[in-house]
Unconditional design. Structure first.
Ligand SMILES: [Zn+2]
Length: 484
């Protein structure tokens, strides 16, 4: 029995592997620890200044990636006024708060201390505003009224669903809305969060809609505005006049996604998209560079290595059957803006986009795996839209790489919700099957200490292999993976 099994296994090893498998194995060898390290040394260097979207370092990174795509022999796929380009440029608005305060008599209240000003519209210097107290009136009910030119204050019990609250407010047709939050902890959480999020500059997609001015505060601010205890305020309150000054600098800028294309032989119209984000969070207020070696220098380096491996294969006569788009996006750290732009303005039709493999942080070992099973990767989202993709991904791993695929963060109930937090999600929203590869978070996440010395190139190479073999299978198999 034993002998026969060994013999059968031997037969498989000698004759079982198809010619496709052998080719994949051959070209995976072009992905090396040395290459990964040398490319990451450029992307994570201090001279790239933390690659913040809209800043000089991001543009330098874009130039570097495009020069590599060109060197590998990938096609520039984007139409531009000077012919085909590696860059898909898109517009953003860059907003910087210069100041935001309120005044009543000689008393002043300041942004991020006494309230949070959340809006993309500014005042024209100091403006007198009249605030009406609407108390328990709901946002739903405010939406049905014409409050043009008016500022209304309503009671908000807590801000635990603040995303939804803010989204609803966009439809209120008033000059401004004050949310007086009753729950002190909840208000404090929002204040701290927005202080971080809105300080310095903020980028957002360009929108034509004129948004109202939103001021989030505690009930103490209402007492200051109306000069009464909150419990004594009612909807019959006379309007109170105060001064508001929200002065912002709004600039229109253009930033880039970087795209390199390899055309398929048999089904060139079907496209596999391999992504990472090359932007990071720039320079800290104390002047330290956030190098973002893991986030997401590691993923970007992986995409470059895959691009080189597939381009080399193509030059040696092994072109993929389907086309492959290698795309490194910007704007991820600002809210997945680059991938959002691409999926709303795709260069290749989304209905023929067969899968997105997204690589974001693959160079480190997280505390849960340190000193234990270090050859692992978190796999997220593979089974969400396509069981076939999940099965394929499992099989490829068993056949070629055999690392531990950790599904901890694939659980719908996991509070981290990583499935919604990187660029693949914009593809998933358009019903394109995705796999997100991730090493988990660590103490250096979004800190100046996310540096290249801490990268484990041995494990990173295995993860890059996994993405490569999965991409190879997806690009060369008979049928595209089915939605489940
Ligand atoms: Zn990231």
């Amino acid at each position: 029995m034993k002998q026969i099994t060994v013999f059968t296994l031997l037969l498989f090893i000698v004759f079982g592997a198809t010619s496709q498998d052998k080719k994949a194995l051959k070209f995976a060898k072009t992905i090396t620890e040395k290459d990964l390290e040398s490319r990451l040394a450029v992307l994570a260097s201090d001279s790239l200044e933390g690659r913040e979207t809209g800043e000089r370092g991001q543009q330098m990174a874009a130039e570097y990636i495009a020069s590599k795509f060109k060197e590998f022999g990938l096609e520039p796929p984007v139409d531009s006024k000077d012919g085909k380009s590696y860059f898909q440029t898109y517009p953003l608005q860059k907003m910087t708060y210069r100041t935001a305060y309120m005044k009543k008599g000689d008393e002043q209240k300041d942004n991020f201390e006494d309230f949070v000003y959340f809006s993309r519209s500014e005042t024209k210097g100091e403006e007198y505003i009249d605030v009406i107290f609407a108390g328990d009136e709901t946002i739903e009910s405010l939406k049905t009224k014409d409050l043009e030119g008016k500022y209304v204050g309503i009671t908000q019990a807590d801000m635990s669903n603040w995303r939804q609250v803010l989204a609803n407010l966009a439809e209120v047709k008033a000059a401004g809305v004050f949310l007086f939050v009753e729950d002190a902890n909840s208000y404090d959480f929002v204040k701290q969060r927005f202080k971080r999020f809105l300080s310095g500059t903020r980028l957002s997609t360009v929108s034509d809609e004129v948004s109202n001015k939103v001021i989030i505060a505690d009930t103490g601010l209402a007492e200051w505005i109306f000069g009464k205890k909150y419990a004594e305020l009612s909807a019959s309150e006379a309007p109170s006049r105060i001064i508001l000054n929200a002065d912002m600098l709004v600039e229109d800028i253009e930033v880039e996604n970087v795209l390199g294309f390899l055309k398929g032989t048999d089904k060139p119209e079907e496209v596999l998209v391999v992504t990472s984000h090359y932007d990071h969070i720039g320079i800290s207020s104390d002047g330290q560079v956030n190098n973002g070696a893991d986030d997401d220098g590691s993923g970007t380096t992986t995409v470059l290595e895959l691009a080189q491996a597939f381009a080399t294969a193509a030059q040696k006569g092994s072109k993929p059957k389907r086309s492959i788009l290698f795309m490194t996006v910007s704007g991820e750290e600002k809210g997945l803006l680059g991938s959002e732009y691409y999926t709303n303005n795709p260069v290749f039709p989304l209905e023929n986009t067969v899968t997105n493999l997204n690589v974001d942080m693959v160079g480190r070992i997280d505390p849960d795996h340190e000193g234990k099973n270090e050859e692992y990767v978190y796999v997220i989202g593979a089974d969400k839209l396509s069981q076939e993709l999940h099965d394929l991904s499992e099989k490829v791993n068993k056949t070629y790489v055999n690392i531990d695929m950790d599904y901890t963060y694939n659980d719908e109930n996991d509070p981290n919700r990583y499935y919604y937090r990187s660029d693949h999600y914009n593809f998933a929203k358009k019903d394109i099957p995705i796999i997100f590869y991730f090493n988990g978070t660590h103490a250096d996440y979004h800190k100046p200490t996310d540096t290249i010395e801490k990268i484990r190139f041995d494990v990173m190479k295995k993860r890059a292999d996994l993405v490569f073999f999965t991409a190879w299978e997806l690009a060369n198999r008979e049928n595209r993976v089915k939605l489940k």
